[in-house]
Design a binder for this molecule. Structure first.
Ligand code: NDP
Length: 250
């Protein structure tokens, strides 16, 4: 387990009620950061995360906000900034899938996936950057996907959003680097969460597993450890990168 010092830092983790976001929120808290736990609808799950962070001894704030909604994101970040004086670490993790082959894809599912997975990252970065710029310190970590690099049949909407996140990462890194703010993307392969395991047939699991040289699916903590490192002081010279975490998938 990586140990970095994030004391006196505040972090906003989007989609932190479950899956990767929950593991990331708990890991950053265990390193000393106070955590704004964003989610959309899972109240009970988010409250559990909130309690676990308080148990670790850090402050937690519940932010029930749809991150694709511009006005709502603006409000959420204003509340965090009013309460804690700003956001030092932003983890753009919230995401959904609405898979279908393109000929059957509805315009609504295209828009919903692009807005939830990509527009959200733009909005959260735009509003969180204000306090980072004034403090001359910040970390933005975007949870992209292997699908954003190599694409995936049946996931044109998702892959386009995740690829867009990578381009957003590189552009923002270039824009805010002079203010001592790093921006990186993580591209996980197959990590065991609700998103991947719900409705996945046994034979698809086996096919997927056969493509992973390390012989196992990833777990949320694999990603959380990497996020903690990228958020740390020690990672201060790493920016504009896309870091794969996929067991060497082929
Ligand atoms: P889960 O489905 O387990 O969790 C998704 C989280 O996002 C939940 O906390 C959910 O909140 C939140 N969320 C969804 N829509 C919104 C919204 N509009 N506003 C705010 N919060 C929202 O997903 P994972 O943990 O598996 O995935 C997390 C991220 O990692 C995603 O961006 C995903 O694309 C990416 N990823 C995951 C991989 C994997 O193998 N699992 C692989 C590559 C990338 P609520 O609980 O309230 O619904």
């Amino acid at each position: 387990m990586i140990t970095v010092n994030l004391e006196n830092k505040t972090a906003l983790v989007t989609g932190a009620s479950r899956g990767l976001g929950k593991a990331i929120a708990l890991k950053l808290a265990s390193c000393g950061a106070d955590i704004a736990v964003n989610y959309r609808s899972s109240d009970e799950a988010a409250e559990t995360v909130w309690r676990e962070i308080e148990k670790i001894g850090r402050k937690a704030m519940l932010c029930k906000t749809d991150v694709s909604d511009s006005e709502a994101v603006k409000q959420m970040i204003r509340s965090i900034t009013d309460e804690w004086g700003g956001i030092d670490i932003l983890v753009n993790n919230a995401g959904i899938i609405k898979d279908s082959l393109i000929l059957r894809m509805s315009d609504e599912s295209w828009d919903e996936v692009i807005n939830t997975n990509l527009r959200s990252a733009y909005l959260c970065a735009k509003y969180a950057l204000r306090s980072m710029i004034s403090k001359r310190w910040g970390r933005i970590i975007n949870i992209s996907s292997l699908a954003g690099i190599i694409g995936n049949a049946g996931q044109a909407n998702y892959s386009a959003a995740k690829g867009g996140m990578i381009a957003l990462t590189k552009s923002l890194a270039r824009e805010v680097g002079p203010r001592n703010i790093t921006v990186n993307a993580i591209a996980p392969g197959f990590i065991v969460t609700d998103m991947t395991m719900q409705n996945l047939p046994e034979e698809s699991r086996d096919t997927m597993l056969a493509r992973i040289p390390l012989g196992r699916f990833g777990v949320a903590d694999d990603v959380a450890e990497l996020v903690a490192f990228l958020a740390s002081e020690e990672a201060g010279y790493i920016t504009a990168q896309v870091i794969g975490i996929d067991g060497g998938i082929i």
